[in-house]
Structures are given as structure tokens and as C-alpha cells.
Ligand binder design. Structure first.
Ligand code: NDP
Length: 447
């Protein structure tokens, strides 16, 4: 069988076993495209069904989550945890609360997480969880009751050596606090079952900043490797949540000019650049007041485009930091046409598959999410180490660890992804992430 037939057979099996799960198909296809030929050329990995086993989660847990709203009505949501693979360490991955959450999205995220966590070099397996519960517009009391009910069920399946969840879309410090508190109450143990915790109760410094900062460190490494610099570059950022805010903060600190940010209602374009003072307003609007980004225009000069994404704006670098599939084929074409030099995925799988091909054809440097946003889970891994040792490391030490981890991830991508005149960061990340997990799986035999 040739490589094309091999791929077709693999994908048709995956689609048959997981019908209608298009995000999951997309994520596995992207990895299989690089990994199946790699397995084919490395006898050690042949005849072990490694990719088939990696794309079949160890287990999927689904459950009902009942809670009572402020008006006394009973509400019912659905919760899930996908534990994809724990070959190299306890399951680890975020929890997402958003009305779009379904099993296809969580399976894609858990699968990706397995490779991402491997790339960090830390001992963490891959998982993801969440619910179709939407915290937007809910009172603190409603969010607390939902989180407590969610954890009452999930607590049976997680623990510091089993599965360590963290935040994701819709799950920030408030939600982690409620979930960790309920876990502590149910188990009567103060253990490191969650990361992204508050500093007062076992959290790590720079965890909030880590994903966004890490993405910009990755970008810095990529530019440096290609003899370019970040200073003065015009950056398009989508999103204004945890990842976007800290990506903007680090880019500004390093002398770049951030000209767009967005939320689910549209994007702002500030031609003068969003500086530290303006970013402080965005933090206040989005994190504290949970308001719309368009309110930025009440204080600073900018344009607001409702229900649009920022990819029409000419810029040197794109940092998609909102959600999956937010760069369409047309967006990718436009970015290339406008001279974009690099795309670094802060969000998980923000570029559609064909968009990635367009970037590669256009020789645009492209860092896939599993490499670019691994800084968050890396610092989560460091939070687990601090919890086990009952120590807190300094901000300086953690920043140095994060920089070093992102530098190593960059180098692994280069060493496994360098083609003639182009570094294929996707291939590099897929192969490097695969090797460690595959070697551990081989060591265990058939399980
Ligand atoms: P947040 O909830 O903090 O922020 C999400 C941002 O994206 C908000 O600005 C939100 O707008 C916007 N957004 C969400 N959904 C959509 C949509 N369908 N269309 C347009 N805009 C949307 O999430 P995070 O910043 O934590 O996560 C962002 C991405 O990064 C996700 O893909 C996540 O999986 C990934 N990620 C996060 C990590 C972390 O450490 N937090 C780690 C690794 C990856 P609004 O405010 O209007 O809802």
C-alpha cells in the first residue's frame, strides 16, 4: 500500500468509528499526515498500531450536571472528560465551559494535548474536559453551584496522580477556585488536583501569563532562527481572553506593535498600536467587568468591526488566540497576500486545514498550536512539581524555565521539521511529540 492509500484507509476507519466528529477528524488528519510516513520509514514503530491506539481515547466519561439557578429553576447540562493517553504521565488538560462544547471538540483537544504535553519534556499525559454550560451572564452563585455539581461527579475520575485539570475557554480563576474547593471538600485532601489555582492555595506564579508569553517566545525563536527580529513588527491578535491578553503584553514588552484584538462580538483596529496603558483597559473590560471589547472606543481612538475577525488588516504577524477554525481559507489567502511573515497559533487549532497548506505554500512561518501554546501546560507542569515538593518558585526562576522550554520546543521542531528551504514546524512538532509517547507505549507492550 502506498502512503496515500495508507492515509485514506486510516482516516476512513477513524471516521467510521467516530461519525460526525469533524473537529476530531481534522486534528487527527493533521497529525496522521506527518506521522504515518514517519512510522513507515522507521521499522521500530511499525506493526504496533501506534496512531490507531493514540487516536482511541483511553476513556471518555460523560455525565449529567444538575444545578439550581437564581430563580430556583432546576437546570441540567452535560459534562465530559476525555482521558486520551497517560503513557508519559498523569492525564493533564484544561476544562472548557462554552455552549459549543461537544465530544468532537473535546476529543480533538485531548488528542492534541497528548502531543503538546510530550513536547514540553515534562511527564504529563493528555486529556480535556468541559461542559456546554455557558458562564456568560450567570451570577457568581450560579457559576459556583454549577462548578460544585460538575466536580461532585468528576471527582471520581481525577486526582494528583491520575488526572489534573486546568482552565480553558470560560474557565478562569473564579471557576478553578470553585472546582478546587469542592474537590478538597469531597476528598478531605489538599492535593494538587488542579493547576491554574490561586497563589494563596497552591497556584504558581506566571501560570496566567504562561500561554500568551510562551507563544511570543516561540515567535521570537522562529524570527531569530530566520534572522529577523520582533521589534517594530505589526501584530494582529484575535481574542481578548487569557491567551490573547498575555500574548499582547509580551509582544508589547518586546517592542512589537499590536494593532488588533477581538472578542466574539467583533474586533478593534488601533492603528497607533495598543500600548501597556491601553491593554490595561482591555484587561479591566474583559477580565473584571466581563464587558464587550467595543467599549475600548469609549476611551481610545480605534475602529470597531462588528462580527468580523481581524485578518483583513495588513500586518506582519498573526497570533490567533480566540478559538478553533477562526482562520478560514479566505483569511489565510488574505494574510499571505498582505505580506504576513509568520502565524503563531495561541488558540488550539485556529487555522482550518487548507489554511495551513496555504501558509506552507506561501512560505509563511507557521507554528501549530501544539508547539506555540504549550507554555501554559508547561507552567502547569511546574505548578504540579511545586505542589509535590510543597514549594513556591520565584517569578524569575519560572520565567527562565518557560523561556527554556519554549526554546527547546522550537529546536525540536527545527530538528524534525527542516525541509529544503523551509522549516515545517507542524511536521517537527508532530514527530517530536510522537516519539516520546510512542517509545513509552512500546515499552508497555500491548495495553
Ligand atoms: P478565554 O475564555 O479567556 O478567552 C477566549 C477569547 O476568545 C475571548 O476573547 C472570547 O470572546 C473569544 N472567543 C471565544 N469563542 C469565540 C468564537 N467562537 N468566536 C470569536 N471569538 C471567540 O479563553 P483562553 O484565552 O483561555 O483560550 C483561548 C484559546 O487558547 C482556546 O483555543 C484555548 O483552548 C487555547 N488555550 C488556552 C490555554 C490557557 O492557558 N488558557 C492553554 C492552551 C491553549 P468573548 O469574551 O466574547 O467570549
Amino acid at each position: 500500500m502506498n502512503a496515500k492509500q495508507n492515509m485514506a484507509q486510516f482516516m476512513s476507519g477513524l471516521k467510521r468509528r467516530n461519525p460526525s466528529e469533524k473537529e476530531f477528524h481534522q486534528a487527527v488528519h493533521e497529525v496522521a499526515f506527518d506521522i504515518l510516513p514517519y512510522i513507515e520509514s522507521n521499522p521500530k514503530y511499525q506493526n504496533a498500531l501506534l496512531l490507531e491506539r493514540l487516536s482511541e481515547p483511553d476513556r471518555v466519561i460523560s455525565f449529567r450536571v444538575c444545578w439550581v439557578d437564581d430563580d430556583g429553576n432546576i437546570r441540567a447540562n452535560r459534562g465530559h472528560r476525555v482521558q486520551n493517553n497517560n503513557a508519559i504521565g498523569p492525564y493533564k488538560g484544561g476544562i472548557r465551559f462554552h455552549n459549543s462544547v461537544n465530544l468532537s471538540i473535546l476529543k480533538f483537544l485531548a488528542f492534541e494535548q497528548t502531543f503538546k504535553n510530550s513536547l514540553t519534556g515534562l511527564p504529563m499525559g493528555g486529556a480535556k474536559g468541559g461542559s456546554d454550560f455557558n458562564p456568560k451572564g450567570k451570577s457568581d452563585g450560579e457559576v459556583m453551584r454549577f462548578c460544585q455539581s460538575f466536580i461532585t461527579e468528576l471527582s471520581r475520575y481525577i486526582g494528583p496522580d491520575t488526572d489534573v485539570p486546568a482552565g480553558d475557554i470560560g474557565v478562569g480563576a473564579r471557576e478553578i477556585g470553585y472546582m478546587f474547593g469542592q474537590m478538597k471538600r469531597l476528598t478531605n485532601k489538599f492535593s494538587g488536583t488542579f493547576t491554574g489555582k490561586g497563589i494563596e492555595y497552591g497556584g504558581s506564579l506566571i501560570r496566567n501569563e504562561a500561554t500568551g508569553y510562551g507563544a511570543v517566545y516561540m515567535l521570537e525563536n522562529m524570527l531569530l532562527h530566520h534572522k529577523q527580529e520582533l521589534e517594530g513588527k505589526r501584530i494582529l491578535i484575535s481574542g481578548s481572553g487569557n491567551v490573547a491578553i498575555y500574548a499582547a503584553e509580551k509582544a508589547i514588552q518586546l517592542g512589537a506593535k499590536v494593532i488588533t484584538m477581538s472578542d466574539s462580538s467583533g474586533y478593534i483596529h488601533d492603528k497607533e498600536g495598543i500600548n501597556a496603558e491601553k491593554l490595561a483597559l482591555i484587561k479591566d473590560l474583559k477580565v473584571k467587568r466581563r464587558a464587550r471589547i467595543s467599549e475600548y472606543l469609549n476611551t481610545f481612538n480605534a475602529e470597531f468591526y462588528a462580527d468580523q475577525r481581524p485578518w483583513h488588516v495588513p500586518g506582519d504577524i498573526a497570533l490567533p488566540c480566540a478559538t478553533q477554525n477562526e482562520i478560514s481559507i479566505d483569511d489565510a489567502k488574505l494574510l499571505v497576500k498582505n505580506g504576513c511573515k509568520a502565524v503563531v497559533e495561541g488558540a488550539n487549532m485556529p487555522t482550518v486545514k487548507e489554511g495551513i497548506d496555504i501558509f506552507k505554500e506561501g512560505q509563511v512561518l507557521f507554528a501549530p498550536s501544539k508547539a506555540a501554546n504549550a507554555g501554559g501546560v508547561a507552567v502547569s507542569g511546574l505548578e504540579m512539581s511545586q505542589n509535590s515538593a510543597r514549594l513556591s518558585w520565584s517569578e524569575h526562576d519560572l520565567q527562565e524555565h518557560l523561556k527554556k522550554i519554549m526554546h527547546n520546543i522550537h529546536d525540536k521542531c527545527v530538528s524534525h521539521g527542516t525541509e529544503k528551504n523551509y522549516v515545517n514546524y507542524s511536521r517537527g512538532a508532530n514527530v517530536a511529540g510522537f516519539i516520546k509517547v510512542a517509545d513509552a507505549m512500546l515499552a508497555y507492550g500491548v495495553i
